[in-house]
Ligand binder design. Structure first.
Ligand code: NAD
Length: 416
């Protein structure tokens, strides 16, 4: 039988397994399996050639029992409602596992931002905000960037929201540029949080990180900062890096300076001087100490999990590993830092951004990093301890911590 790679089916299967271990009551389980609200939009955009193109877009508010929904907006040609549902579910567990007072949501626009001019992208971003504006807000649902979207897109969306409502409300969107009320340290926050979890995992595994080897898949916001921080903060030797166009290998290690210079020159990692071209499969299957998926879902599946050689997998991407791959990794004894724990640094600093926006007073980058480190270290050990206590794998342990917290809030509200 072929593996079901629908991300929402995977998210539900993971929850089902956690509900079984937790002996969650059937009514609560049924409620937590589905999004509370979802919106589908058709957004007309005047293109540069004078024609109007209609883009499909979504916003899912999966669960807001613990606070306003929170989650990025992805701009991707293959976006589907099920991807957005899955990502919104994972946001619910993520905000719970790192214990910020927020729920889970996610948005998506079916488009290829690379094929749009700056003007078209601005009109699409403003069109998305016009469509969603009555359903988002500081006390309802707070969007942020994700794959294919960035601080410039957040600025256009913020401006559209404030124009519609007639007042300033910077906390309605996070991941903004600093000059519009962004937080110091937000851009590297997802990668930085991931590094904290790698540091803590390495201590438990007795792995010396200085000179340990790593491969990183993805070189966008998360992957490029993961490279820089893994190199500077942890002393890792990053021997392979990939993006959607291919991958590169260098036995002595790739420096952030040389790969980012190639990105600026060519818009892809391929062609970095002194590196050897490899493909994405070779990147994932490389004999490294640490594998860092930082691109998209379903990269580690039943089809390749057997060939993965890393000792530690730090999932900075959302949903890179399928349940079949999880089973194989369990047998192989690979330590997994599961996605909604590993990449919770982004939402933690987004929450800090909302707090700073609320009182209009801004923290230094050092203070942001210190508080981020505390949040991630606490979350990592809560999950690790749960895994030890119950004798279960770390992904299920993360689910148990998160689902318990969300279920408690749902119960306290009297919903179920
Ligand atoms: P991004 O768009 O900035 O970068 C994505 C990278 O992945 C690019 O280098 C792209 O070339 C590469 N990629 C895309 N398709 C690929 C493929 N088929 N094979 C190999 N590489 C491919 O996105 P990002 O913000 O860096 O997000 C990356 C991952 O991290 C996503 O799973 C996202 O949901 C997750 N994440 C992001 C944040 C955040 O703060 N940006 C927070 C939490 C989780």
């Amino acid at each position: 039988m072929t593996e079901n790679l629908n991300p929402f089916a995977i998210a539900q299967a993971q929850l089902d397994k956690a509900a079984g271990i937790l002996q969650l009551d059937a009514d609560m389980h049924a409620f937590l399996r589905e999004p509370m609200r979802e919106f589908h939009f058709s957004i007309p955009v005047r293109m540069d050639n004078g024609r109007t193109e209609t883009f499909k877009a979504f916003r899912v508010q999966y669960n807001d029992a613990r606070g306003p929904a929170k989650g990025g907006i992805r701009f991707h040609p293959d976006e589907t409602i099920d991807t957005v549902r899955a990502l919104a579910a994972w946001m619910t567990w993520k905000t719970a596992v790192c214990d910020v007072p927020l729920g889970g949501g996610k948005g998506g626009v079916v488009c290829n931002p690379r094929n749009l001019s700056a003007g078209e992208l601005e009109r699409l971003s403003r069109g998305y905000m016009r469509a969603v504006s009555r359903f988002v807000g500081l006390k309802q649902d707070v969007p942020a960037p994700d794959v294919g979207s960035n601080p410039q897109i957040m600025s256009w969306m913020l401006d559209e929201y404030e124009t519609i409502h007639g007042y300033h409300e910077p906390g309605v969107i996070t991941g903004k540029p600093l000059l519009l009320g962004g937080s110091a340290g937000r851009t590297p926050a997802t990668a930085m949080g991931g590094m904290v979890t790698i540091r803590e995992a390495a201590k438990l595994l007795g792995m010396n990180l200085k000179g340990a080897t790593a491969a990183i898949q993805g070189y966008g916001n998360v992957g490029s900062f993961a490279h820089k921080l893994a190199y500077e903060m942890l002393g890792l030797k990053i021997v392979a890096i990939g993006d959607e166009f291919g991958a590169i290998y260098k036995e002595d290690g790739l420096t952030p300076a040389e790969v980012s210079a190639q990105m600026r020159r060519a818009g892809k990692v391929g062609g970095t001087p002194g590196s050897q071209e490899i493909n994405n499969a070779q990147l994932l299957e490389m004999p490294v100490d640490i594998l860092i998926p930082a691109a998209i879902e379903n990269q580690l599946t039943g089809a390749n999990a057997d060939r993965i050689q890393a000792k530690l997998i730090a999932e900075l991407a959302n949903g890179p590993t399928t349940p079949e791959a999880d089973q194989i990794f369990k047998q192989k004894g690979i330590y997994i830092i599961p996605d909604f724990l590993c990449n919770a640094g982004g939402v933690s600093v987004s929450y800090f951004e909302m707090v700073q926006n609320s009182y209009g007073y801004y923290w230094t980058e050092e203070l942001v990093q210190e508080r981020l480190d505390q949040k991630m270290t606490t979350a990592f050990h809560a999950v690790h301890n749960m895994a030890e206590e119950r004798g279960i794998e770390t992904r299920m342990a993360a689910y148990l911590v998160a689902v318990n917290r969300v279920a408690e809030a749902v119960r306290a509200r009297g919903w179920v």
